[in-house]
Structures are given as C-alpha cells and as structure tokens.
Design a protein around this ligand. Structure first.
Ligand code: SIN
Ligand code: CO
Length: 387
C-alpha cells in the first residue's frame, strides 16, 4: 500500500487548492489497498458493548436506523441489499488502521479525529447529507457511486428519519464510481451521497474542528480550578445613584468583556490543547511508577519511551525557545509543564513517537522532570518498551 495519499499533489498544493475548499478524487491513491477486516469481523465488532455502531436500512422512502450494540439476530433478518453497517473509531479497536491516518500526517495530529468504516450491500448508503467536518473516503472492497455537490451550496434539510440528517437532492460537481484504493476528499458543508454498487467497504478518515463553545467550556473548567480569577471581583466605587434598581448598568458589559479578554496566551493555548487531545475512550491508569523508580530504571537499563498510539500530544512554548522558557505539553486532555531545557526531548516523543532512554541521561538528577514523565507513563500516554 502506498503512503502518498495525495498522488502527484504535494501536501502544500493540496492545502492551497483543495483543503476546506473543493472536493477531489485521487484514483489509486492507495493502490493495492487491502481491507483491514472482513464484513463478518465488522459485524462482530458491532455486537460489542463499547463499540459505536449503526445499522441503516432503506426500503423505498422508508429508512430505519438501529444503534449499537447490535445483536446477532439483527443480522440474520437482513435483506440481500439496501443496508449499511457503520462503525466509528475503528483505529481504537484495530490499531493497524492508524496506518491510514498516518497517510494524512501532513495535517496536525490534533486535527485528526477517528476512522469510520462502513460496509454496504448493493444500493446501501446513508443517504444524501452534509458533514460539519472534512473527510477523506478510501474505497476498500467493491465499488461505490459517489455524487458530491458544490461546497457550501444552499441545501434543504429533510428528515426521512429523526436520526438521519439527510438533505434533498443536489447538483453534483463530482459524479464517480470509486474502486478499491481510490480516494475522495470532501470539505465540510458539502453535499454528498454514496451508494454501493456491490457489497463494498469505505473507510472515512475524519477530522475535528472545535467550536467556540467547546473551547469556552474547557476554559471555564480550567478557570474554576485556578486561584487567580478570584482576585478580579466586581467593584463599583464610583457608583452613581440610579432610580431603576432592577436594571443592569451598561458598564457591566465592560467588566464582562474584561473577564473574557483577560485570558493569557498560555490559558488559551492550554485550554485549546486539552480540548483537542481529549481521548474518545478514557485510559485506565496503566502503571504506578514514581520519578525515583524511573531514575533507577534509567540508570540500570536501556529502553525506549514510546507514545501510546491512542494518545494525542500537542505542545507549545510559553515564551520563545530559550533555556528558561517552559514547554507545556497537552496529552490526552491534561497538561504537563516542562522546563525549556527538556523541550527537545518532549518535541521528539511528541513528533516522532519515540524517545530512547539514553537521551534522558542529563536529566537523572531532576526529580521534578522525572516525576512528570512518570505521570505520563502512569496515565498510559507513554509506554516503556524494553529494547
Ligand atoms: C459511508 O461510508 O457510507 C458514509 C461516509 C460519509 O458520508 O461520510
Ligand atoms: Co458524510
């Protein structure tokens, strides 16, 4: 399988011309593509308690949606055609599926969401719809007919079923039959409809784009934990008498706005990083190593610190990268603070997923640093792998 998902386009050409702007078909972007699982294995996954699955059937204009976990019986009574089974977050259940996401690593790690897979029988699909997020669709086995509209064209929502946000028919600017290994990129808010020509699988590489409300709620959580904000209490020493005692003064707006604009870059970036690295499935604590114990291991053996494939890391420097700057790492929704001198180590594990223990030689004496790394190990974000 190739890893050059963009064919002859460079990542920058793709970003300039297509990303969030125009849909695109790339034939044989994944030539020799092999499915990661069989339809039977997919059905098996859909029976599991924690797996997010949907079974969608269509008969003329009648749509039926069943959410997982499904039961074996649900599959026994299915017709020959016109149904599709969709499973979210496939990369969590089959870690090798992350290979597909890696083919799009020209986009930031935090921008990646999950991989959804669908198996559809002839005529099956989820109906015409728009998504709020970018998606790359990779065709696995079989063929699927895709129609894609003009991005952001006006659409009419219809609800043939309360759980399906379908839209009325639309004018297509792309009308193609995808074959195994073909790729279709669809920008957000772009009408699309995929109908299986024969029994077929499609892998959707999804992306996330937080909205302001999500950021503000994370900021709020962080602020409730911080002491600083209690010092900015409302005061009104220049109060003027008003006869309307129930009315809010206009200057309240100024005070409220100050509350919103007083956020520092560190507070904003930390909240953003925490929000976009939150895991879909919470990790159980994986270890209980102390900084001291880690120091002992570092002194007596050689191993690698490996970023958990399920974890998302993102970081920023509090100031310019100088020796006394801090690097703030956000890993799976929580932040960890490191002295700037360790920035390169954290950059390495964040960007390259691996850090040989030898590179930690100069930090043996710094128990604060070792405690922070131990905490990442205990949370399951970093795994100790013996060489
Ligand atoms: C599908 O795989 O049928 C749906 C994918 C999508 O429309 O995003
Ligand atoms: Co879609």
């Amino acid at each position: 399988m190739t890893v050059h998902a963009l064919g002859s386009l460079s990542p920058q050409q793709f970003l300039n011309e297509y990303w969030q702007k125009k849909p695109l078909v790339i034939r044989q972007a994944f030539s020799g593509f092999k499915d990661f699982l069989s339809p039977e294995e997919l059905a098996g996954l859909a029976l599991e308690e924690d797996v997010e699955a949907r079974l969608i059937q269509q008969e003329d204009d009648q749509w039926q949606v069943q959410c997982g976990p499904l039961e074996e019986e649900d599959f026994l009574t299915l017709p020959e055609s016109h149904w599709t089974l969709l499973v979210q977050t496939l990369e969590h259940w089959l870690p090798e599926v992350k290979e597909l996401q890696q083919a799009f690593s020209f986009l930031p790690d935090w921008r990646h969401d999950d991989v959804m897979v669908s198996y559809a029988t002839q005529g099956g699909g989820v109906g015409p719809h728009i998504d709020q997020y970018d998606v790359f669709l990779i065709q696995g086995q079989g063929k699927r007919h895709w129609r894609v509209g003009e991005p952001k064209a006006s659409i009419q929502e219809i609800r043939p079923h309360p759980d399906l946000k379908q839209i009325a028919d639309f004018d297509a600017i792309i009308d193609v039959v995808l074959e195994p290994g073909d790729l279709l990129y669809i920008p957000p808010q772009t009408a699309h409809d995929g109908i299986a020509i024969d029994a077929s699988m499609t892998y959707s590489i999804g992306f996330r784009a937080p909205d302001h409300n999500a950021l503000l709620s994370q900021l709020l959580l962080n602020l409730m934990d911080s002491e600083e904000n209690h010092q900015s209490r409302y005061s009104d020493k220049d109060r003027q008498f008003t006869p309307t005692s129930a009315q809010l003064d206009q200057d309240i707006v100024t005070w409220c706005r100050q509350a919103l604009t007083s956020m520092t870059d560190t507070q904003l970036l930390t909240a953003f990083g925490q929000l976009v690295t939150r895991p879909k499935y919470e990790q159980e604590p994986q270890a209980s190593i102390t900084g001291e114990e880690l120091r002992y291991q570092l002194q007596t053996s050689e191993f690698s610190l490996v970023k958990n494939g399920d974890s998302t890391f993102t970081y920023f420097y509090e100031q310019e990268q100088t020796s006394d700057a801090f690097l703030i790492l956000m890993a799976d929704g929580e932040n960890h603070k490191f002295q700037g001198q360790y920035g390169v180590l954290i950059e390495n594990i964040s960007n390259n997923n691996i850090l040989p223990s030898k590179e930690l030689e100069n930090s043996f004496q710094d128990i604060d640093f070792l405690n922070e790394i131990a905490s990442l190990i205990n949370r399951g974000c970093i795994i100790i792998k013996q060489d």
